[in-house]
Design a binder for this molecule. Structure first.
Ligand code: GDP
Ligand code: GDP
Length: 455
């Protein structure tokens, strides 16, 4: 059954990151990207297929390239109409680092004037939100009155899943496009697992112990972004994709211990991962390097399990119990206090049976989507319990799932006492779990807007 791809047009002034986002959304199928000579010099067009919540979502992406610049108004008229003709959805891209500029506003005004905002769904996308601390910069962009404003980092891959989910929600598949169930089963989105850690902690041994009998496929799977080095495995009846970024599976004996994944490579792997397994050495304890990798995991925002390996060497040591070891880890890696700790012996294949269940639960909790109304009401209720500086909460909503990210519009962000934030995050964990995942709670100054009834 052929499906009609949805046409998604990326617009925005120069340098906001349109082509970076275009490449990111096209994924690996860059070969399909081509210039369209004779249409406009810079316009890029390409097709790909996303997997959103287990379903195929074919898209055609158009990057309007040279919008703006010297011949701004002429270009606008020409390009806007060329690119937006027949568009199913428009991504209006902004740059969080420069804020809302006069050029952004002018472009938005022109487009509003053309009546396009009335007929085609728009998503405001605030790019270059590379880290959590940049989230607050988006307040400006709400002033344009767009229904949906999302944040992401095209360069680092942050927030891409959420954008795809939002697009799929706004553009549900046409009835005749619905894929037969059997195809869905062949191509679900598999949670991506990265096994990371410093050299010699036992990553390779663990990887092979997990995959051993459970390994299913070694070759790339058509239509997904599975790398040749990735492996699919079924644990506890569910499939997971194990990323072998450092080549740990095929590492030969002579290479043992010398493989060092650079910070950049580790970050890249973590950015693709839903869940990181941070392997620690139960014999040697935690080192600075472990703490650094842990810090990177927290920064990137994937979920995490701390696996203390080589526990067979400690099992006879009655002086050093797992409780004591866990206490030490919690102290040294306080920033990962939401991560479950598992004691295993990869060599003896002990303690690894529960990993599948743990992956599944962590992934399930990470994917929760809390309706805006429910979240706003819940936050207001919680803030009556502890709120030393009497901050007022307006609209509060979930702005992302990878990692779970929330944005609260408040009368004054300076009135968010750190103990209030801590109270809210703890209460969220009591209510929704989020085991193994960071929970990002951000605050921006806002007006007393009502929660949209759509969400
Ligand atoms: P375009 O002119 O809108 O197509 O923008 P480009 O995609 O060429 O990006 C402009 C600049 O912004 C380039 O230097 C990119 O590397 C940079 N850029 C794009 N996305 C991001 C991002 O998410 N974070 C940061 N910090 N820089 C980005
Ligand atoms: P990597 O560099 O992190 O991939 O570590 P390897 O998997 O190559 O393991 C490094 C060394 O630790 C090897 O000699 C392994 O046999 C040993 N090792 C791995 N897992 C265990 C374990 O659970 N117990 C013990 N005692 N040794 C282990």
């Amino acid at each position: 059954m052929t499906q009609v791809p949805r046409r998604i047009v990326i617009i925005g002034r120069p340098n906001v990151g349109k082509s970076t986002l275009f490449n990111r959304l096209i994924g690996r199928k860059k070969a399909l990207v081509h210039d369209l000579p004779g249409v406009t010099r810079d316009r890029m067009e390409g097709s790909t297929e996303w997997w959103v919540q287990g379903k195929s979502f074919p898209v055609q992406l158009i990057d309007t390239g040279g919008l703006g610049g010297d011949q701004f108004s002429n270009e606008i008229q020409k390009q806007v109409h060329l690119a937006l003709e027949n568009a199913d959805l428009i991504l209006f891209l902004f740059d969080s680092q420069s804020g809302l500029t006069p050029l952004d506003e002018e472009l938005f005004r022109e487009i509003s004037r053309s009546g396009l905002t009335q007929t085609i769904p728009f998503i405001g996308v605030v790019n270059k939100v590379d880290a959590e601390c940049h989230e607050a910069r988006i307040a400006d962009f709400f002033s344009l009155g767009l229904d949906t404003v999302l944040t992401l980092s095209a360069e680092h891959g942050r927030g891409i899943d959420d954008l795809q989910a939002a697009i799929a929600e706004i553009l549900p598949p046409l009835e005749e496009d619905l894929i037969p169930e059997s195809t869905e089963k062949d191509h679900p989105k598999f949670p991506h697992i990265a096994v990371v850690g410093r050299p010699n902690v036992g990553k390779s041994t663990l990887f092979n112990a997990i995959l051993g009998e459970n390994r299913m496929i070694t070759s790339p799977i058509a239509g997904t972004t599975v790398d040749a080095v990735d492996s699919l495995a079924t644990l506890n009846g569910k499939s997971f994709l194990f990323m072998d970024t450092a080549g740990i599976r095929r590492k030969s004996k002579t290479e043992q211990g010398i493989e060092v994944l650079s910070v950049v490579q580790t970050r890249k792997a973590l950015e693709r991962a839903d869940i990181a397994v941070l392997v620690l050495d139960g014999e040697k304890g935690i080192t600075d390097q472990d703490e650094k990798i842990g810090g990177l995991i927290e920064e990137v925002g994937c979920s995490v399990i701390l696996v203390v390996n080589k526990w067979d060497t400690q099992s006879k040591n009655i002086q050093f119990t797992s409780e004591l070891a866990a206490k030490r880890i919690r102290k040294q890696m306080a920033y990962l206090k939401y991560a479950p700790i598992l004691f295993v012996s990869a060599l003896k294949k002990q303690g690894i049976d529960s990993l599948g269940e743990l992956f599944e639960e962590i992934y399930h909790q990470r994917q929760l989507k809390i309706p805006t109304h429910e979240f706003t009401e819940w936050i207001r209720e919680e803030a009556t319990i502890h709120n030393p500086m009497n901050a007022k909460f307006f609209l509060c909503h979930q702005s992302g799932r990878n990692p779970p990210t929330f944005l609260c519009h408040v009368n004054d962000p300076d009135k968010i006492h750190f103990s209030l934030k801590r109270h809210l995050v703890n209460a969220m964990r009591t209510r929704w779990g989020y085991m193994g995942s960071p929970v990002r709670l951000n605050f921006v100054e806002g007006k007393n807007r009502k929660a949209s009834p759509r969400k």
